[in-house]
Design a protein around this ligand. Sequence first.
Ligand SMILES: Nc1ncnc2c1ncn2[C@@H]1O[C@H](COP(=O)(O)OP(=O)(O)OP(=O)(O)O)[C@@H](O)[C@H]1O
Ligand code: SF4
Ligand SMILES: [Mg+2]
Length: 386
Amino acid sequence: MSETADITETGSTIETGTLHQQGGDMTEQTTRAPQTVVRSRRPRGDNEEAYLEVNDLHVHFPTADGLVKAVQGLSYSLPLGRTLAIVGESGSGKSVSSMAVMGLHDRKSTRMSGSIKIGGRELIGMSDEGLRAVRGSEAAMIFQDPQSSLHPFFTVGDQIMESYRAHHKVSKRAAKERAIDMLNRVGIPNPKRRVEQYPHEFSGGMRQRAMIAMALVNDPKLLIADEPTTALDVTVQAQILDLIADLQRDFGSAVVFITHDLGVVAEIADDIMVMYAGNAVEHGPVEKILGTPLHPYTWGLLESIPAVSGTQGPLHPIPGTPPSLLAVPSGCVFHPRCEFRERVPDDLCRTLKPELVSRTADLGRSSRCHLRNPDQVFETDVLPRL
Ligand SMILES: Nc1ncnc2c1ncn2[C@@H]1O[C@H](COP(=O)(O)OP(=O)(O)OP(=O)(O)O)[C@@H](O)[C@H]1O
Ligand code: SF4
Ligand SMILES: [Mg+2]
């Protein structure tokens, strides 16, 4: 059975209800998790080959104040054709880990270890030339800040053409035709005129589309979109999400989508990875993570967002703030803020870092927590508050 195909069909909701109401073990309660899933998902295969494989990735920055441990032992994989959403509070390492995947950290000021493989090729330790070849042709990124990836002194067309010509031996004319085609594909009206214009002549939404055109001009098999819609109004946001889903379908790409917005996650993702203080704390299929999450931090995230619709109680922001990455807490990184740590015996939460443990009975699902009975705690303590 497809993970969610029984819930929805592409573009139209065929059954409404909370994500908790869609499964056998789910209750009648309303949750803050977005109510409907609007994109049908590819069934999860048992033996899907990973296109992106991140294994025990550490990214540390030596600074005058000490070592910033921005990413600490991150592991995940993603096959072609699937979308992974990375969520977590500001500073949890979403952008730093993704920039590592793109080989964008400065070697001199960054300490990196572990393994990052794209299409089976190891990126850690690869030459700058090798990384440049991977970037753009096999992997591309839409950056959090649209200004940072469009140069103000060059026309939008020139920038898309340059990106294309860096990986294809084609004439300027052919590259320009490709740029016009890409602008057209991302829904920019009058692309023949627009291709000659500078970024400041584009609106915010158009610049975002131009960035997406540039990211996709070489048909990357891996697209990383870092909060690509945060600054946009909801209409443009919806168009961009549709666009990424369309382009993913056309190119069969693997997509990593970073966002704070769980409504967007429910729409676009197949899987979610929840990050906290440089660690993955929970990972699994979107409907499981939003419907019956296992980790107290994920519970906190769900309690702190407004319900998209339906009844809702008061919001409960997660108490406290994320830790300084200069002094990461001992044991479970979330323990200083976790209201459930007393449920674990022997002060284990403070003294022993939990592993990210896969659930054998739950394909692709894992959580990093010492609680023995998270399903029960969620049901009795958390669900009534959502
Ligand atoms: N070059 C750097 N030197 C030192 N610290 C850095 C550097 N780059 C990032 N950091 C730190 O690494 C941590 C993780 O940053 P990152 O940008 O990945 O967060 P994020 O999860 O993307 O947050 P946001 O949601 O705000 O974008 C932050 O504490 C940040 O200050
Ligand atoms: S390991 Fe302990 S502190 Fe960490 S999330 Fe689980 S219960 Fe909370
Ligand atoms: Mg970021």
